[in-house]
Design a protein around this ligand. Structure first.
Ligand code: WT7
Length: 646
C-alpha cells in the first residue's frame, strides 16, 4: 500500500487534523461555533447567500410557528440550476462516475455538460407527459445514472420526487404511490446484483395497477424492451426531447421531495423536504464535513432509496461542483476486493459508508484490502448507526492507513443533511463519538420532562429553535403524525427519538429510544414488520424485537402465535417470504419462533422488553406485571431449543 499524505496527528491520546489537513480544509477555525451561535439565523442567511444561487432573495430568513417553520421565505431558486447550470463554465468537469456491477462493463463518466443535457431533455419528457410543478413522481430505480437524471429533472420543473428503494416490494411501492398520488413511475427493467439480473419492472407494473399512475417510463438496463400504451422507453424519449428546458423557479419553502421512512407505527411516513433550506444544508455540510471542492471525488456507498443516497451520493457533491461516484452492485462482488479496487482505480478522495459494511469487511482476509492503493483517500465518513471502538480503529487503520480523519455523522431522514459530527479541519476525532452540532444548530440532552440532564448522563437528544434549514417540513398529508412523532413529547424541541450523552465535551449517540430498529443501517419499525407478519392468514399474534448482531448491528426476530397447529421450518420459510413480498428482503426476520403465548400485561400490552432479554440470555425483569408469567418459561425453552442465532 502506498503511504499517502497524513491528515491526522495524535495528541494527548486523541486524533487531530494535521497541518496538511489544515492547509486544505474549507474550515479550520473553531470559533465558527460561537460565531454561529450568536445569531444562527444571520449565520445561515450568510451561508445561503454564499453557497446557493438565488433568483431572488427571501423576504424573511426564518419564520417559526411551531410545529412548522420556514427558511428563506419567498426566496426564489431552482435546485437543478444549483447542481448543474452554475457549473457549466467548467462543463467538461466530470459530474458523475458510474461503476456497473458486471466487471465486463466499463464505468460511465458524464461531464456536467452531459448531465445537464440529459436532465433538460428528460425534464421535457416529464412535461410533455403532463407533469407540472407540485406533481409527485415516483422513482423506483436502482443505482444507475438515470436515477440522478430523473431526480434532477423533477427539480428542474418543480415536480416532487418520491424515490422508493429498489429492493422494496410491490406492496411497499404501491403504498407509497397511493400516498403520493403519483401519475408517473420511472423504473428500469432491472439491474445486476451479485452477478444476476434482478427484475424490477414486473414489480412496478403490479404496484401501479388500479392507482393514479398513467405512465411508466422504463430505463433499459437489461436489454428488455417494453411495449404497450402505458410504457415509455427512457432513452427513446430523451433523444426525441428538446435539449433545453427552462428551469421552473420555485419558492424556497416549496416541497422538493418526499421520502418515506419508518416510524413507530405500521405505516411509513412521507417526510417532506423543501427546496431552499435543504439546498443550503446539503451544500454546506458537503463543503465542511467532506471538504468537497471542484475536482474532488466522493463515493458515498448508500443507495439512493435512502436519504444518505439523496444528499451525499447525489446532491451534495453536485451542489459543490465536485464529482460523485456511484456503484450499482454488491460490495463483495465478484470478490471482497471490489470496493477497494474501485477506490484505487478512480482515486476516490472521500469515502462515506455505514458501520455495517465496515464490520463485514473486518471479517474478510485483509489481503483483499492490502493489495490496493488507497492513498487517494483524504476523509472517511460513517453514518447510520453507532460505531463501536474496534470497528472505528479498524476503519481508521486499514482503510485510512492511519492517515485520515473519520467523520462520524449523526443525522436522520428527517434532518435532510448531517447535523452532528466533527469537522475535518477542526477535530478531535474520537472513536464512537459523533461530535458537535453543526455550526448554527443546537442540540440538548434532556430528561423525560425536557429538562437538561446532569453532565455526562444519558438522555433524549432534542434540537432547539431555530431548527436547521434542512429539517423536514411535515409528514406528507398527515399533520397529526407530524405533531405526534416530533413535537408532542417536548413541544418546543424537535424530538430526535435518539438517546445521547456528552463524552469529552462531544455528543455520543446511544441509539433509538423508540421501537425503531437499525438493521444494517436501514431503518425499520417493529410495528411495520408486525403488521406484515400479522396479515399472514395463519398468524394470530406476533411480536417483533431487535436482536444484537455482530455485522448488521441489529436483526429482527419474530415471536409468532399461530391460529391453530404448530409451527414448522416450512412455515417459517413461508412467512419470511411473505415479509419479502410485503416490505422487502431488508425486513426479513432473522428467525421466527413459534410460541403458544406472548408475555402480556393486564391491559393486554405485549412486553417486548422481556422478549429482548430472553434473546440475549438475560434474566427478564418485571414479571409480576404479567397476566401470563408462565409464557416466559415456554419462550425461554423455545429459544434454547432452536438457539438464538442461526
Ligand atoms: C437514525 C436515522 C441519515 C443517515 C442515515 C440513516 C441512527 C444515524 C448515526 C450515527 C449513531 C446514527 C439514529 C437516527 N444514526 N447516524 N452517526 N451514530 N446513530 O437515516 O434511516 O433516517 O435513520 O439512524 O438512530 O435516528 P435514517
Amino acid at each position: 500500500m502506498k503511504k499517502g499524505v497524513k491528515y491526522v496527528v495524535r495528541k494527548k491520546g486523541m486524533f487531530w487534523p494535521s497541518q496538511e489537513m489544515k492547509k486544505i480544509a474549507n474550515i479550520t477555525d473553531s470559533k465558527i461555533y460561537e460565531k454561529a451561535a450568536k445569531n444562527p439565523i444571520k449565520f445561515w442567511e450568510n451561508l445561503a447567500r454564499e453557497g446557493i444561487t438565488w433568483e431572488k432573495e427571501w423576504d424573511k430568513a426564518y419564520v417559526e410557528k411551531l410545529p412548522y417553520f420556514q427558511w428563506f421565505r419567498n426566496g426564489k431558486l431552482n435546485f437543478s440550476v444549483n447542481c448543474l447550470d452554475r457549473h457549466l463554465d467548467h462543463g467538461s468537469r466530470v459530474a458523475m462516475i458510474w461503476v456497473p456491477e458486471p466487471v465486463s462493463e466499463k464505468p460511465v463518466k458524464w461531464t456536467y455538460r452531459e448531465l445537464y443535457d440529459k436532465v433538460c431533455r428528460f425534464a421535457n419528457v416529464l412535461k410533455s407527459n403532463g407533469i407540472r410543478k407540485g406533481d409527485v413522481v415516483s422513482i423506483y430505480l436502482p443505482m444507475i445514472p438515470e436515477a440522478l437524471v430523473a431526480m434532477l429533472a423533477c427539480t428542474r420543473i418543480g415536480a416532487i420526487h418520491s424515490v422508493v428503494f429498489s429492493a422494496f416490494s410491490t406492496d411497499a411501492l404501491r403504498a407509497r404511490i397511493e400516498d403520493g398520488n403519483a401519475k408517473i413511475i420511472i423504473t428500469s427493467d432491472g439491474y445486476f446484483r451479485r452477478g444476476k439480473p434482478e427484475f424490477l419492472l414486473k414489480k412496478a407494473v403490479k404496484a401501479a395497477k388500479n392507482t393514479t399512475v398513467e405512465k411508466i417510463i422504463v430505463v433499459d438496463r437489461l436489454g428488455k424492451r417494453v411495449r404497450g400504451k402505458k410504457f415509455l422507453d427512457f432513452y427513446t424519449e430523451v433523444e426525441l426531447a428538446d435539449s433545453y428546458c427552462e428551469p421552473e423557479i420555485v419558492n424556497s419553502q416549496d416541497t422538493m421531495f418526499i421520502l418515506y421512512t419508518s416510524g413507530t407505527t405500521g405505516k411509513p411516513k412521507g417526510i417532506v423536504h423543501d427546496t431552499g433550506g435543504y439546498a443550503v444544508q446539503a451544500y454546506w455540510t458537503s463543503k465542511w464535513n467532506f471538504n468537497l471542492n471542484p475536482g474532488d471525488l466522493m463515493w458515498c456507498t448508500a443507495d439512493v432509496g435512502w436519504i444518505t443516497g439523496h444528499t451525499y451520493a447525489f446532491y451534495g457533491p453536485l451542489l459543490t461542483g465536485a464529482t460523485t461516484l456511484i456503484y450499482e452492485g454488491s460490495p463483495d462482488y465478484p470478490d471482497p476486493g471490489r470496493w477497494w479496487e474501485i477506490i484505487e482505480e478512480h482515486k476516490v478522495n472521500v469515502f462515506y459508508t455505514a458501520p455495517t459494511a465496515i464490520r463485514m469487511f473486518m471479517r474478510v482476509n485483509e489481503n483483499w484490502i492490502k493489495k490496493h492503493d488507497l492513498s487517494s483517500i483524504r476523509i472517511l465518513g460513517t453514518v447510520g448507526e453507532p460505531i463501536d471502538e474496534e470497528s472505528w480503529m479498524w476503519y481508521f487503520e486499514k482503510i485510512g492507513g492511519g492517515r485520515c480523519p473519520i467523520i462520524d455523522t449523526w443525522w436522520q431522514t428527517e434532518t435532510g443533511g448531517t447535523l452532528i459530527n466533527v469537522l475535518p479541519g477542526i477535530g478531535p476525532f474520537v472513536p464512537t463519538v459523533s461530535g458537535k452540532s453543526f455550526p448554527g444548530v443546537t442540540h440538548r440532552i434532556v430528561d423525560d420532562n425536557g429538562k437538561p440532564v446532569k453532565k455526562g448522563k444519558e438522555g433524549f437528544l432534542v434540537q432547539k429553535s431555530p431548527f436547521a434549514p434542512g429539517m423536514l417540513h411535515g409528514v406528507f398529508n398527515n399533520h397529526k403524525k407530524y405533531v405526534d412523532t416530533y413535537w408532542k413529547k417536548f413541544r418546543k424541541y424537535y424530538d430526535t427519538s435518539d438517546g445521547a450523552f456528552i463524552y469529552k465535551g462531544l455528543i455520543r449517540i446511544t441509539g433509538r429510544t423508540d421501537d425503531v430498529m437499525k438493521v444494517a443501517g436501514h431503518r425499520l419499525a417493529t410495528a411495520e414488520l408486525e403488521n406484515a407478519i400479522h396479515s399472514h392468514k395463519k398468524v394470530a399474534e406476533c411480536a417483533v424485537v431487535p436482536m444484537p448482531d455482530e455485522i448488521r448491528g441489529q436483526v429482527p426476530v419474530a415471536f409468532v402465535v399461530l391460529k391453530r397447529g404448530g409451527g414448522s421450518e416450512r412455515l417459517e420459510r413461508k412467512i419470511k417470504k411473505f415479509v419479502d413480498q410485503k416490505i422487502g428482503p431488508t425486513a426479513r426476520p432473522h428467525k421466527i419462533y413459534f410460541v403458544g403465548d406472548l408475555p402480556k400485561t393486564r391491559s393486554g400490552k405485549i412486553m417486548r422488553r422481556i422478549l429482548k432479554a430472553l434473546l440475549v440470555n438475560e434474566e427478564p425483569k418485571g414479571l409480576m406485571t404479567l397476566v401470563n408469567p408462565e409464557s416466559v418459561e415456554e419462550i425461554r425453552k423455545t429459544i434454547s431449543k432452536y438457539g438464538s442465532k442461526k
